[in-house]
Design a protein around this ligand. Structure first.
Ligand code: MN
Ligand code: MN
Length: 301
């Protein structure tokens, strides 16, 4: 199959599960149930999760996924970001939606959606990445909010989510031109004026990825590392995804050790500097010579 076709299939699945999630009322549901449900839907639709579903609440901008026994419940007043990755044959569709259960923050969510819309108007073959950042920043400021400066969209490659090129959320220096046939994720993050507009690393880091397959001199850990490689390659994974084959306590222990040995990287949660609410919207696009495909957009969105 043509790689563009794989992107399209991944995008279609990502879109349909995102829209299902968006229309659900998650109040009273645990983060564990949300992640497991969405990941199951991805598989039932013929894709694989490209990373553990991110369910980041309120001032957490990104990179939180449910723990194996995560009993944290979505409550009235919460702002929930659901970030979904689907891969087909390694080709990744990356998309996110924010659901506000707080009247005060509906317009914050709207601001991230509008910023994404404005970005998609200028994102095309040979567009300057800084012009996309400018469109995002202007739109957010006009809405009365501020962008998160140190989070950005990114180019995507087969089995690689952050493939080296960044699509900024502000008018920034160091621009490049978008290329046809290349996939990019565009993802404005928005916070309140009272925020700093910068995220810092939080204490929790529960999304992992292999960064080196160098043997550890421990047979059990080497085989653990090998198993993970065979299942997820260098794509991110969660503890939830490995305890089908390993005892949870032992898996935690091995992950800790592999982190220390620098075989595995743990992605910390990213938290707004002033602990202000954050909203995010994300689509994946592929520019072509004469038109641009938004692969994570289905008819209804
Ligand atoms: Mn994403
Ligand atoms: Mn992304």
């Amino acid at each position: 199959m043509d790689f563009i076709e794989s992107y399209r299939r991944a995008g279609k699945i990502a879109c349909s599960v995102r829209e299902l999630a968006k229309n659900k009322d998650y109040i009273g549901t645990t983060l564990y149930e949300i992640c497991e449900q969405i990941e199951k839907q991805i598989r039932e639709n013929g894709g694989s999760p490209a990373f553990p579903v991110n369910v980041s609440l309120n001032e957490i901008a990104a990179h939180y996924t449910a723990e194996p026994d995560d009993q944290k419940i979505v409550e009235e007043g919460d702002v929930l970001k659901i970030d979904i990755g689907v891969q087909v044959d390694g080709y990744i569709a990356d998309t996110a939606v924010t659901i506000s259960y707080n009247n005060e923050y509906h317009s914050l969510v709207k601001a991230s959606e509008n910023a994404l819309k404005e970005a998609l108007k200028v994102a095309r073959n040979r567009a300057k990445s800084s012009d996309i950042g400018k469109a995002i920043e202007n739109s957010i400021i006009k809405s009365g909010y501020i962008p998160i400066k140190n989070l950005s969209g990114h180019s995507l490659e087969r089995y690689t989510i952050h493939a080296g090129k960044s699509i900024p959320n502000i008018n920034s220096f160091g621009s490049f031109l978008l290329e046809s046939g290349q996939a990019y994720a565009i993802e404005p993050f928005v916070t309140l004026k009272e925020g700093i507009g910068i995220v810092y690393e939080g204490k929790v880091a529960n999304i992992f990825a292999i960064i080196s397959r160098k043997p550890t001199r421990d047979k059990e850990m080497d085989s653990f590392l090998n198993d993970i490689w065979n299942r997820y390659r260098s794509l991110p994974f969660a503890l939830r995804w490995v305890i089908d084959n390993y005892d949870e306590k032992n898996a935690r222990f091995m992950l800790d050790n592999l982190k220390k040995k620098k075989n595995i990287h743990a992605y910390p949660t990213l938290v707004e500097g002033n602990k202000m609410m954050v909203a995010q919207s994300e689509h994946t696009i592929i520019p072509h010579e004469t038109f641009t495909e938004v692969i994570t957009r289905c008819d209804t969105s």
